[in-house]
Design a protein around this ligand. Sequence first.
Ligand code: BTN
Length: 242
Amino acid sequence: MLADTGSTNDDARAWAAEGAPHGACVIADTQSKGRGRHGRSWSSPSGDSLAISIVVRPSVSPAHLPLLSLVAGLAARAAVARRVPTAGVKWPNDIVLVEADGSLRKIAGILIEASLAGSRVEHAIVGIGINVARREFPDELAPIATSLARAGASDLDRASLAIELLSLLDEELAAFERAPRAIAARLREHDALCGRAVLLDGDSRGVADGIDESGRLRVRTADGVVLANAGEVRLDRGGAGT
Ligand code: BTN
């Protein structure tokens, strides 16, 4: 484990460009420039979180790459669920805990950065951040974030969490390579967004109704079912089931 780095995703990407093999991973105690999706920052205070980036070289078509965050999500969910059973995947890239009142709190996030070579996937970096021992969050995150410690998990050992995560990711990637489109079915029982009110771009409302075989979210609206890509949907926290 590195003591300190900018972003483990950047380190893994540089290593991949130098030929790092499938499965090579970078883990850091803390990151000064941890990144989330949509250019957001990701905070990993020392001792509090698992920040890990894995180089993967899956034998799948680039068309299936949008499914990779769900593949990683299933692995991260399973690792978290061994410690807190109410863990689910919140499409497209979050691991959440379902609270007693039904609300969702984010415990982990996934950032995939892929590199293509012509019509093949050269490599992808699977970056995963899990809130482990963290108890304090900034005001804007406090109502919607949590950690293993806050959820009462007794095992907060980051090394064993990382080892289990790598092994689970290996299994999920093997299943993904065998049948990429089957990921939607595998996700069904762990889909924390299903049945919840969501807002679509343009501010129309709907209810999440599972994931299609290409990794898009099915949303039931007054006008019928809409298929939404990542970035086009957000949870309607004012709506039913949030
Ligand atoms: C998100 O929820 O937006 C994704 C967060 C991903 C954070 C992880 S921590 C390890 C890796 N390194 C980074 O800079 N980001 C990812």
